[in-house]
Structure formats: C-alpha cells, structure tokens
Design a protein around this ligand. Structure first.
Ligand code: T46
Length: 137
C-alpha cells in the first residue's frame, strides 16, 4: 500500500476560542458513503492493548481519533502502512479487504468510527492466514 492509497479525510472546523472547536462531517460530502452506523471507543486504559486485528469483506469505514492518539496499522496483504492518529480533523478511510490494527493508545484516546453498514460478524475476517487466502482468491 502506497501513501497515495490511504485516503485521508480532512474535516472543516470552527474555533470559538476559548469556548472550543467544532468539527463537521457530512455523509456523501466529507464521508464518501451514507452512514448507517457509528461507534466510539474510549477508556483505553492499557496502552499495550491491540484492537482491530481483522479485515472486512465488504464494510467501509472512516476512523477518527477525536482525542489523544494511537497508531493505525494497515495491511493490504502486499504492503503495510502505519499512520499516527493524533489529529481530530483527520479521518482515515478503512477500505474493505484491508487488515487493520490499533495500538499504542494514549490514556485519553477516543476513537470514533462511522460505517456504511450495520454490524455483521460474518463480514469480519479475524484470522490473518484466512485474510491472505481471501484476498488471493
Ligand atoms: C473495526 C475497528 C476499527 C457489536 O456488537 N457491534 C458493533 O457495531 C461493533 C463495532 C462491535 N460489536 C461487538 C463485537 C465484539 O464482541 O463489540 C465487540 C468488540 O468488537 P471488536 O473486537 O471487533 O472491536 P475492535 O475495536 O477490534 O474493532 C472495531 C470494529 O468492530 C471493527 O469493525 O474495523 O473497530
């Protein structure tokens, strides 16, 4: 995976100092799909935790780190890419069939994900060897 293959979405924001900064993302404008689901992850008390470790067969998502930081590892089966997620305005498009891992969480890390479909465990590939076989088919 080359840098050009990682789609970074940059949200517009408005600073009302000292009263906060407001970020905006609209479906089919900034987010390249209709949003059917969102979820967020907080309370990342263990900086050594590893989340993700899977790919999706069809699901597409955009992942944000809206507070703190973490490392996002991407792997399309040919090349690997690591992105430090530490800018709340930047979302990374998680395309289908890309193995992804989340590591190195700061204590105040909050991850927000928007997805183009509902939760379906059958869409997950949670075994790396199976992932390599799947993308080779
Ligand atoms: C992804 C990365 C970035 C549900 O029941 N519904 C949901 O919508 C989600 C997202 C999860 N779950 C259940 C499934 C598991 O029993 O919540 C539990 C934890 O999910 P998981 O181990 O998949 O969490 P992560 O952080 O490894 O992965 C999540 C998303 O599941 C996944 O789609 O791409 O964030």
């Amino acid at each position: 995976m080359n840098k050009k293959d990682v789609d970074i979405i940059t949200l517009q924001s408005f600073l009302d100092a000292p009263d906060g900064r407001l970020f905006i993302g609209e479906a089919l404008k900034h987010i390249p799909f209709a949003i059917k689901r969102f979820y967020f992850i907080n309370q990342l008390a263990d900086s050594q935790a590893i989340r993700g470790k899977h790919a999706h067969k069809n699901l597409e998502q955009v992942i944000f780190c809206i507070n703190g930081s973490f490392d996002l590892g991407l792997d399309d089966g040919r090349q690997k890419w690591n992105i430090v997620m530490n800018n709340p305005a930047h979302g990374v498009l998680l395309k289908k069939k890309v193995w992804h891992t989340m590591t190195n969480f700061s204590p105040n890390c909050v991850i927000l994900v928007v997805a183009n479909d509902y939760y379906d465990e059958n869409d997950y590939i949670r075994n790396y060897d199976e992932f390599v076989r799947y993308i080779g088919e």
